[in-house]
Design a protein around this ligand. Structure first.
Ligand code: ATP
Ligand code: PMV
Length: 200
């Protein structure tokens, strides 16, 4: 692996559907800038391949609307078949070619996802949980779906992980600005240590 492919910091985010993983990780990237921070979606290569095989709209599968929900249960099943053979399959594809010093992984779902990052990058990996109430998730378009919300894809990280940070993404919680300060601080330190290494 080339030196530039080893990041300074990896923030591995997880959270239930409509907890706001994309919203929060986009917010972090806007604050840090895309030169410093890339967003890596483990579901990116999965959706790409699934869309191709099933002649579906990739943009819609990548978005936050109802389209992807129609295919979610089948995509989960499709991805799990691949993960059973190789649990790191989507992690490897999603991280391929990432060059920024800070990687934000927006959608860990299974213990094996976090374990993959910890085993490859033990010094750099931190885990972040995004949470909010079911009422807020419902306002954002969520409704309970059997086979999805009670399956590993949604529940695989409900226990067994000591998260480094838990962010509450609710209107009546402290602002994201306030809650994300320690994470931004760490990321900014990581970015500046990377630029001083590159100047040497
Ligand atoms: N703090 C917030 N303020 C305003 N809108 C928000 C906030 N958090 C999330 N949303 C909105 O709620 C919806 C769901 O958020 P988002 O797509 O980030 O959730 P997610 O956890 O990534 O969901 P999924 O697992 O379905 O991809 C989006 O339309 C998003 O813009
Ligand atoms: C199929 C799947 O990758 C969909 C993820 O979609 P999203 O992150 O909720 O946009 C979930 C999974 O892998 O279990």
């Amino acid at each position: 692996m080339e030196a530039t492919e080893v990041p300074e910091l990896i923030l591995v985010f997880s959270g239930k559907r409509k907890s706001g993983k994309d919203y929060v990780t986009d917010w972090i990237q806007r604050r840090l800038g895309s030169e410093v921070c890339c967003i890596l979606r483990l579901s990116g290569p999965l959706k790409q391949q699934y869309a191709q095989e099933h002649s579906l709209e990739l943009d819609q599968l990548l978005g936050s609307g109802p389209y992807k929900e129609r295919y979610r249960a089948d995509m989960i099943h499709w991805g799990e078949t691949r993960r059973r053979q190789d649990p790191g399959f989507f992690c490897r594809l999603a991280t391929r070619g990432a060059r920024q010093p800070v990687w934000v992984v927006s959608d860990a779902r299974r213990l094996s996802d976090i374990q993959w990052f910890v085993s490859k990058f033990p010094q750099q990996t931190r885990s972040v949980r995004v949470q909010c109430s079911e009422e807020t998730r419902t306002q954002r378009g969520w409704s309970f779906t059997a086979g999805v919300d009670d399956a590993e894809s949604e529940c695989g990280l409900d226990s067994g992980v000591q998260f480094d940070w838990i962010i509450t993404n609710e209107a009546d919680a402290p602002s994201l600005d306030e809650q994300l300060q320690p994470i931004l601080k760490l990321a900014e330190e990581a970015a500046s240590s990377s630029s001083s290494i590159n100047r040497r």
